[in-house]
Design a protein around this ligand. Sequence first.
Ligand SMILES: [Fe+2]
Length: 75
Amino acid sequence: MNSKDLQMARQSLIEELDAINKYQERVDATSNESLKKVLSHNRDEEKEHVAVLMGWIRTNDEVQEKFFHENDMES
Ligand SMILES: [Fe+2]
């Protein structure tokens, strides 16, 4: 695996997680219920993006995958 590709995937993961936090801050800050609903929806879409990126990283970084497997809370 090209380490630059992994680096780009990890940076994208950071940005998706940061987006979740930013949306959540705005959900918490607004008292407008319709805006709160839109922002909550967008926040949850970012959570899907996190999962997709993490899946890619797990597939392409065998050490990372080993630690995910060892720390799987469901097993
Ligand atoms: Fe995203």
